[in-house]
Ligand binder design. Sequence first.
Ligand code: PMP
Length: 400
Amino acid sequence: MNRSDFPILNEQVYGKPLIYLDNAATTQKPQLVIDALSDYYNRINSNIHRGVHCLSQIATNEFEMAREAVRQYINAPTTQEVVFTRGATESINLVASSFGRTYLRQGDEVIVSEMEHHSNIVPWQLVCEERNAKLKVLPFNDRGELIINDLETLITERTKIVAVAHVSNSLGTVNPIEEIIRIAHSHNVPVLVDGAQAVAHCPVDVQALNCDFYCFSGHKMYAPMGIGVMYGKAQWLNEMKPYQGGGEMIKDVTFEKTTYNDLPFKFEAGTPSVGDVIGLRKAIEYIQSVGLEKIANYEQELLSYTTEKLSQIEGMRFIGEAKQKTGVISFLVGNIHPYDMGVLLDHQGVAVRTGHHCTQPIMTHFAIPGTVRASFALYNTIEDADKLVEAVIKAQRMLS
Ligand code: PMP
């Protein structure tokens, strides 16, 4: 599907055609996103929101059009609730820091799940340490599905927020976030959803979900690196302390007191990555032109096909066998170390990720050093899946 839109897919590694299966780490970029970046720097580069001159106005306009494109993409009620950041990591740090400094008191509690990426654990740990609050963990079962029944008992009157991934980057599990949000809200507890692994793979509607915060990165959805989004309900963002101080986020500054800008600018201190924001809009338009439903169905086909083929390999062990998954397959073969498998796959042109994938608690749960992870994007094909299977079999032969 649309392979020719991605120039990098014509590259070779070690003289072999590149089979790129590391899309959960980052996706490749279509030509129109690459072109948008050079077009920005060739024609309209200038700082935004402050210049009266023509280029600044064009750049500001393009920047705000991108915000509107993001709003539509996730169906946020207003662009005031769409904050640009450097990526999912910065989005979560923003919420943990600002929400934590505004609402967390000694003895309060924050709940995360056992399958979170480190970027949805460590920011909460940092703020819990600072505020003398407690971090609690919602566990998952051996298939890699959250044990939702435990949430009711974990939530107490001291719980201030639940932070959970929409989709796990290591297990591929699609979490029942609607249910998590319903349960948390029935106790008046807000929910942050880490959508880094979801936004390019299934439709996201923040109003239908009724989540309080939704965080993601552009680079995992065909957009440039260095750009991300923090969606937050205005009711929280208005009350929350700013994350960073600087230009753009203020209304008036004196040495005695500073008043803050309106949303979303209150959370956008300093010069943003304007070209990357414009690139993000192009990526969104690209995804929409293909159709998210179509992408989701196609990736499901790749997932089933590849899982079935891999399962025929002797010694194959899948890590993450949830009923609801996206196109992420984590596996181990016999006693082969994931790193060794990764290197041998790489030499055959197959790019996968190996290791703990920034989810060490998941590896601890399964008592493994890491996994080999193949993850799909819209441009992968059945041939890519066959190449992966072939390469795994060859690596297994070489290593045994
Ligand atoms: N959450 C999840 C589930 C992720 O997979 C990732 C990236 N691997 C992140 C957060 C962090 O994203 P970024 O590094 O783009 O900030």
